[in-house]
Ligand binder design. Sequence first.
Ligand SMILES: [Ca+2]
Ligand SMILES: [Ca+2]
Ligand SMILES: [Ca+2]
Length: 277
Amino acid sequence: MKKRMMILPALLVACVVEEERGVEWERQATAAAMPAPAIELSIPNGLTTTSTSEVLVTGALADETVHVLGGTRMGEGRCPVELGGACLDVLGASHVAQQDTEGDGTASVQIQAPVAMTGLQGCLQAVIPRGVDGADSVVSDVECVLVDDAACGYEMDADGTGYRVCAQHKTYADALADCESWGGTLAVVDDVDENDWLVSTAEQYGFVDPWIGFDDRVSEGIFVWADGSDTAYLNWHAGNPDDWGGGEDCAMILMDHGTWNDASCDASAPYFCERPS
Ligand SMILES: [Ca+2]
Ligand SMILES: [Ca+2]
Ligand SMILES: [Ca+2]
């Protein structure tokens, strides 16, 4: 008997708590039914892989946490995750920030793009998680910008040779000068393994045909390697070098074939720099 008497007040308390919860749930349901406020994301300073970029999120509330998702938009067929019409295959730029300290409806997020963003475009999207299980998250449109011209990645092949992998398009002479300032030359392709590695890496980066360090600028028809070596490996595309139009002295890899074409040195292309390990 005594035990039952104890249970009754406990049940009453439980009922009151349940009623309060019901009100809370109703309030949350009402909030969820209202249209979520829009947020906008802009990238005023562009994106770089070498320095921190500022991203503005407009419409965030004070103290809200904004997650910025970053990714690369590369060539056709390279889109593991479709999100808002853009390819977001790297989420490495996610970031947390204190928001809107000035109360002006904007908040800046400092992000550092991951190296994998050295594709043609970097894309970002801002997400503010709201609601019980994230279902009411506010999501901005995807904003894509060209990654800063200074952006180059660094890759190492199986032999430990280091390469500077540059998505920016430069003329042959400018690309070579950039490689030399890095302490190397444009890539010298020693064998088929190196050629295959360059092609697969260029595919990862979404490159169009990149420069290699092979040219006949000094003496027409006599191609020399940028490092002065006597490397014997050749992989010309059929019919090349053809010095087409009387003005093709610089070699690039044709991404559709993996073979080389002599092209105008004044063309702009991405490039590989190489230096010994
Ligand atoms: Ca080499
Ligand atoms: Ca030529
Ligand atoms: Ca040619």
